[in-house]
Design a protein around this ligand. Sequence first.
Ligand code: COA
Ligand code: AMP
Length: 629
Amino acid sequence: MARYRDVYEASVADPERFWLDAAKALDWHTYPTVALDSDRAPLYRWFPDGKLNICHNALDRHVDAGHGDRTALIYDSPVSDTQRTYTYAELRTQVALFAGVLTDLGVRRGDRVVIYMPMVPEAAIAMLATARLGAVHSVVFGGFAPKELAARIDDAEPRVIVSASCGIEGDRIIAYKPLLDQAIEIAEHTPDHCVVLQRPQLRATMTDRDTDWDQAMSITFPAPCVTVKSIEPLYVLYTSGTTGKPKGVVRDGGYAVALAWTMSNVFDIGPGETMFTASDVGWVVGHSYMVYGPLLAGATTVIYEGKPVGTPDAAQFWRVVDNYQVKCLFTAPTALRAIRKQDQHGTRTVEYDLTSLRYLFLAGERLDSNTHRWASELLGIPVIDNWWQTETGWPIAANPAGIELLPIKPGSPTVPMPGWSVHVLDTAGRPEPPGAEGSIAIKLPLPPGSLPTLWQNDERFVESYLSTYDGYYLTGDGGHVDADGYVFITGRTDDVINVAGHRLSTAGMEEVISAHPDVAECAVIGIHDVLKGQIPRGLVVLKEGTARAEQDVEAELIQMVRNQIGAVAYLRDVAIVGALPKTRSGKILRKTMRGIADGTGDPIPPTIDDISVLEALIPVLRRQKGSKQ
Ligand code: COA
Ligand code: AMP
């Protein structure tokens, strides 16, 4: 623990020095002389006078240093039967050309580009090209429905949207272009142009607003990197909050510093080594450790278009590890649970050579001890849980494999990473003693790479994260820290749920359900699910006098959530009930219902209005109706 302790202590004793030192790993146009601007505290900005370009650091820097022939990106797509490799020089060329396309379409420094794409290398190319121009990308997960995409378009107001004709979900082709057109129809803001990658599986019908990716690439010229101030926004990534309106998490130049630091110190990945992050470009894990992190490190990244199971089988992750000599695999626990369900004894692993694999990193949701044990025993390598959020951009707590591998305690994502001053507080903001459960808060300032604010909404940033405990960032997670300093996360304290590694808002689903003409009121709660971690369950009270059959309304509500949020919301369980339990002041007791459903034995609050309402719901709450795989 001594080496980690020294590094961690240095980061909290003198954070400014620590991060200025870390910044030396990058090429700066103007190396920052000041680490932290605290003038507008609690809004902090890192490296206020630094200037750089992250795309230069991810690509050009390596090519200029003579490493252009190293492999930068491998695209492996069992669903389209494609494997393609890009060297750093090739990827730089593609990115510079696509930056040329964006320039031709009028994109300039500070403009927004929304990217709504499946898992194809062009998604990463579009991200890097946007960053190359000093413009701001906002990637929207391809599983979101048009209404969700429209909400993000209206908030980000992109000049250009980049998309593809289709995605491939298992053996189904999902036409993306009609979803994009619908979203633009719903949104108030209209982009000037859309660039569409025509995939051979399904060609999209183009309109005057649309530009064909391949055609545009064939007639443009490469664009150089535009130097930007480190405090200018690099991207906006929307995430679910406690209301239906997604929060636009902003990232800036400090992100490059933090990612570069984590690649060697946490993930133990250096130039020429391969990292396989099985996530999606639409999530923060995809941004940080599929696109930017490995490329900043001069390593090789794998973009895998497929599922852990069913495309076509449960051996695909092992095949990818073997094919590309992967050193570090990073995915969500739910993906491993899906594999375990189909190959309980891990017999498929013996078909592949996994000797290159040194670490399995897992994040995105709580890592249950069964999955941890199964993976550890099967692979015989460290299985490293790490805890973080879209907002933080990189792990708050992890096992710093590149510094020293600390003893693993199942159920814990190990210890705080440098810069993260983790505190467990009670409702009054008092520190809890070691081992006691509370709300997890981070003492300000947050380290570089974490969100400096929400997109054009400082007020919401302060209100959502900084106003509960003065001087602290509220993570929204509950848990404890033990006497050895190990962090344990028990789950969200708010209405955010995590379904198969996808972060969703139950409030967003409630908004959709409430709009049904027969619904008087409703509550959506996240309940434990063996495969997906959590799944939503809707409890709905119908308006008096509604003559419709309950099953019809239930089916309509499920379809509405699917159409308006997306299939990933996975709301498949809606029950019509007589009433919802409330406090005397009228607040619906969601946490109490969740406790009953999960059998956690949460106490019933004394402020409950009518206990018989809750008692009547117990059989509905306890019924088992998990996901199927
Ligand atoms: N585009 C369109 N639809 C999508 C989609 C996308 N990008 N991603 C998911 N969907 C759809 C699926 O097709 C499915 O639709 P269906 O209800 O019509 O079958 C629905 O959304 C639910 O998808 P998913 O949650 O992925 O369930 P699944 O049963 O297909 O797969 C897992 C289960 C566990 C294998 C899968 O969820 C998984 O790999 N999760 C890991 C997620 C992850 O990596 N998260 C990042 C954090 S590190
Ligand atoms: P996202 O913003 O999608 O990355 O989701 C962040 C949320 O996922 C966190 O606030 C946690 O609730 C949960 N989460 C992420 N990683 C972990 C982990 N390792 N252990 C427990 N919960 C996690």
